[in-house]
Design a protein around this ligand. Structure first.
Ligand SMILES: *Cc1c(COP(=O)(O)O)cnc(C)c1O
Length: 401
């Protein structure tokens, strides 16, 4: 049987434009396709495979958990939820956690908290301030919060109650808050991922924190992609020395086991009461064990420091290799969340990188995005650069479309 069926023979709904390769197994930052070809993974399953593939400590822990309990339901106490929640609160300085299964679910819970926070204050039409370039997921509410018209097209009517402002523009935020007194929360990615690796500036985050304090609003930071060590701190906002009130997490938290979490500070921790929210799978023992072990291994293997140091190596290698290339608009990001913005569409590089033995992603049409596992070595960072740089250079040498 063909590994990759053509669209006429597939029974999987055609919602993804997929590359014609199927992967069979992995080891560390490397994966093998079904033809036996080895590929360097600079995508990490879209910032999910924190510990790479077949991690020697994660795998036995998950095997142990599978043999004990995979799922029990939230009718009963789940001690591993307590364990993971306590750890998330310790490393974030926040107060409690709601567990779910994905990024958009974490964001849905955050949006429910924002609305309930308003209702608790007598505001029956609460609104949420969101940003240009934002991506928060593909449910009806989270695609309404998302800024990309391609993601929204065909799915109207959108959920009302979102006001949009430009990123990194404090005056525009103040104007939006003045014009929309029903806003109860400011919601943004600390570093926009799908939008093209666009960081919220440190001063902007600090200004938002002050505005939320002054006006009794919730600061909700979507760290689904940039959180859990990817930038070299546990959470990207920690570079700004602030704390959010609500922080949705997902992607990297379970090293590949589906998991989502909403971590809340004291102002948001008791907004949702018994019966206000729930999920069947959320917080199941397998996902919780994956989260507990991921954070433990990250600490013991000093992966925050590694993400920062190897991220610097990778960024420097890209910057040196692309110095003087006028088609490179900017190299952005932090730690192992890096984007190279080109002056033209970059989609063709996906297949070219695959042919060269490298997994990457292209986002916002023109941004080459790198999200490798946090176990990446300096040597592997140089290998990523060595594979990628000639492709970018050759692409930029073509006539600009
Ligand atoms: C991926 C992502 C989401 C959505 O997560 P899913 O698990 O795909 O639902 C939300 N917000 C951000 C910032 C993301 O990167």
């Amino acid at each position: 049987m063909n590994a990759v069926p053509s669209s006429s023979e597939t029974h999987v709904m055609p919602t993804y434009g997929r590359l014609p390769v199927a992967l069979s197994h992995g080891q560390g930052c490397w994966v093998w396709d079904t033809q036996g070809r080895r590929l360097l993974d600079a995508l990490g399953g879209i910032a999910v495979n924190t510990l790479g593939h077949n991690h020697p400590r994660l795998v036995p822990a998950l095997q142990d958990q599978v043999s004990k309990l995979i799922h029990t339901s939230n009718y009963y106490l789940v001690p591993l939820q307590e364990q993971l929640a306590a750890k998330l609160c310790e490393i974030s300085g926040l107060a409690n956690v709601f567990f779910c299964n994905s990024g958009l679910e974490a964001n849905e819970a955050a949006l429910k908290i924002a609305r309930k926070f308003g209702h608790d204050r007598g505001n029956t039409s609460p609104e949420v301030l969101v940003f240009e370039g934002a991506f928060h997921g593909r449910s009806i509410a989270t695609l309404s919060a998302t800024a990309n018209p391609k993601i929204q097209a065909g799915f109207g009517p959108l959920v009302p109650g979102f006001v949009r402002a430009p990123l990194n523009d404090v005056a525009a935020v103040e104007a939006a808050l003045d014009a929309h007194p029903n806003i109860t929360a400011i919601f943004l990615e600390t570093i926009q991922g799908e939008g093209g690796i666009n960081p919220a500036r440190i001063e902007f985050l600090q200004a938002l924190r002050s505005l939320c304090d002054e006006r009794d609003l919730l600061l909700m930071l979507d760290e689904v992609q940039c959180g859990v060590g990817r930038t070299g701190k546990w959470f990207a906002h920690q570079w700004a020395g602030i704390k959010p009130d609500v922080m949705p997490l997902a992607k990297g938290l379970g090293s590949g086991v589906p998991i989502g979490a909403v971590v809340c500070g004291p102002r948001a921790a008791n907004v949702l009461k018994a019966g206000n929210h729930g999920t069947t799978f959320g917080g199941n023992p397998l996902a919780m064990r994956a989260g507990v072990e991921t954070l433990k291994i990250m600490e013991e293997e000093r992966l925050l420091a590694n993400a920062e140091a190897v991220g610097t190596t990778l960024r420097n290698a890209l910057a040196e290799g692309l110095a003087g290339e006028s088609g490179v608009v900017e190299i952005r990001g932090q730690g192992l969340m890096l984007g190279v913005e080109l002056d033209r569409p970059a989609g063709v590089l996906l297949q070219q990188a695959l042919d060269a033995g490298l997994l990457i992603s292209i986002t916002a049409d023109r941004v080459v995005r790198l999200l490798p596992p946090l176990i990446l070595t300096h040597d592997e960072a140089h290998q990523i650069a060595a594979l990628l740089l000639p492709l970018i250079t050759a692409h930029l040498a073509q006539p600009k479309p």
